[in-house]
Design a protein around this ligand. Structure first.
Ligand code: ADP
Length: 177
C-alpha cells in the first residue's frame, strides 16, 4: 500500500472530488458542492460513467445540468470518470473525496469505500454531515415522485424540474398512447 507522504503540504489537499451518478443533481448534492468549495481551492464534481447501468438522463445530460447549476461556484469543475476513483484522483492530483452523509445507512457503505480507497492509494475521505433540510433526498426518490407527477420543486434546481417534467412527460405520453 502506498500512502501520501506526510510533508505533501497544503497544496496536495487543495483539490477535492465529489463523485456520484447525479441522475439528476439535487439540492442535497448542491449543498455539499457549495460547502466543499469553501474548504478547497478547487472541487471536481466527477460523474461516474457506468456502461452497464442506464439512468433516466444520459451522461451528457447530467454533465450539462451539473455545469449549469454550479455556474455560480467558480472553483467547481465538472468532469467524468470511468473505473476506479483512485485512478481518476491520481491523474487529477486530487487527495481527498468529499461525501455527504445523510444517515447511518449511508455510513456503513461509505466507511468501507473510504477504507478501500485509502488502502488502494492513500486517498482520504471527508464525511460532511448533510444539511437536515436535505437528509431524506436522493436522486432515486426524486425520480419516483416526479414519475407520478409529484412536486419536486423544493428539492431540485429549477432547471432539473424542467428537465424531469420534459423527460417524464414524454414517457407518460408514450405510455398513454
Ligand atoms: P444518490 O443521490 O442516489 O444517493 P449519487 O451517487 O448521485 O446518489 O450521490 C453522490 C453522493 O452525493 C453520495 O455518495 C453522497 O455523498 C452525496 N449525496 C447524495 N444525496 C445527498 C443529500 N441529500 N445530501 C447530501 N449529500 C448527498
Amino acid at each position: 500500500m502506498s500512502t501520501l507522504e506526510p510533508n505533501d503540504g497544503p497544496s496536495a489537499a487543495s483539490r477535492a472530488v465529489c463523485p456520484g451518478s447525479f441522475d439528476p443533481v439535487t439540492n442535497g448534492h448542491l449543498d455539499i458542492f457549495g460547502r466543499a468549495s469553501r474548504l478547497y481551492d478547487e472541487v471536481v464534481v466527477a460523474v461516474l460513467v457506468n456502461q452497464s447501468k442506464h439512468g433516466l438522463f444520459s451522461h451528457e445530460e447530467r454533465l450539462d445540468m451539473l455545469n449549469q447549476v454550479t455556474a455560480h461556484l467558480p472553483n467547481v469543475r465538472i468532469a467524468s470518470f470511468e473505473g476506479l476513483l483512485v485512478d481518476f484522483c491520481r491523474t487529477e492530483n486530487i487527495s481527498v473525496v468529499v461525501k455527504g452523509l445523510r444517515a447511518v445507512t449511508d455510513f456503513d457503505y461509505e466507511l468501507k469505500m473510504a477504507q478501500m480507497n485509502f488502502g488502494l492509494s492513500g486517498l482520504e475521505t471527508l464525511f460532511m454531515p448533510t444539511n437536515p433540510l436535505y437528509s431524506f433526498l436522493s436522486s432515486s426518490l426524486i425520480k419516483d415522485v416526479a414519475k407520478w407527477g409529484g412536486d419536486v420543486s423544493p428539492h431540485v434546481p429549477e432547471l432539473v424540474v424542467a428537465r424531469l417534467s420534459a423527460r417524464l412527460g414524454d414517457a407518460r405520453r408514450h405510455t398513454a398512447s
